[in-house]
Design a protein around this ligand. Structure first.
Ligand code: E4P
Length: 216
């Protein structure tokens, strides 16, 4: 399972990269808006830090606008993936971009039919937003199961990129289903390693050893 970080914050990206388990980055306009540097500069810097796929999202909602922005974003670096909204115009853009050999990430996916369409159009990644479904009392993880089943049924090459992740159990459940990729905020990545019994056990190992040596 590949691990992506879901942020446009350079410090968080550097810190996650240092952990040695980071495979890529996803950004979106809301995440970029939280940072002071312009989006393009952020993306240039991110691509210098992370060699894996870096998703950069278009703002246009019409085919021509999306294609124009995609062309500009794709020039930033070879590892840029163009994030396209899963709407009718977006589907056409995904088809054209994938025919041109440009990698795409179909974003804002909330139902299996959308995932089926973007796979047929040749999307590199599909991003189902599980946390936002959970927020409205629908099962985000059930959507992941459905998409993985559909893609396996027809051996689609599109990778299932679990997005809108809120907590470590989302990561574990997605891994059990066999999702290809998960993108997480920094705080979720940091929580994956934590267990109170690990900390208590470690403290005891060290204090037992020190006590025994002091009394020897
Ligand atoms: C994915 O690529 C999106 O950037 C992200 O996961 C959205 O998450 P949110 O629902 O926490 O905004």
């Amino acid at each position: 399972m590949k691990f992506f970080i879901d942020t446009a914050n350079i410090e968080q990206i550097k810190s996650a990269a240092e952990m040695g388990v980071l495979d890529g980055v996803t950004t979106n306009p809301s995440l970029a808006a939280k940072e002071t540097a312009p989006y393009r500069e952020l993306l240039e810097e991110i691509c210098r830090i992370v060699p894996g796929p870096v998703s950069a999202e278009v703002l246009a909602t019409d085919y021509d606008g999306m294609m124009k922005e995609a062309g500009e974003l794709a020039k930033i670096a070879d590892n840029i993936v163009i994030k396209i909204p899963t709407i009718l115009e977006g589907l056409k853009a995904i088809k054209s971009l994938s025919s041109d050999g440009i990698k795409t990430n179909a974003t804002l996916v909330f139902q299996p039919s959308q995932a089926l369409l973007v796979a047929k159009a040749g999307a590199t990644f599909v991003s189902p937003f599980i946390g936002r479904l959970d927020d409205i009392s629908q099962s985000g993880m059930e959507l992941i199961e459905q998409i993985v089943t559909i893609y396996n049924n027809y051996t689609f090459a599109t990778e299932v990129l679990v997005a809108s992740v809120r907590h470590p159990m989302h990561v574990v459940e997605a891994a059990l289903i066999g999702a290809d990729v998960i993108t997480m905020p920094y705080n979720v990545i940091a929580k994956l390693i934590k267990h109170p019994l690990t900390d208590i056990g470690l403290e005891k190992f060290i204090s037992d050893y020190k006590k025994a040596k002091q009394n020897a």
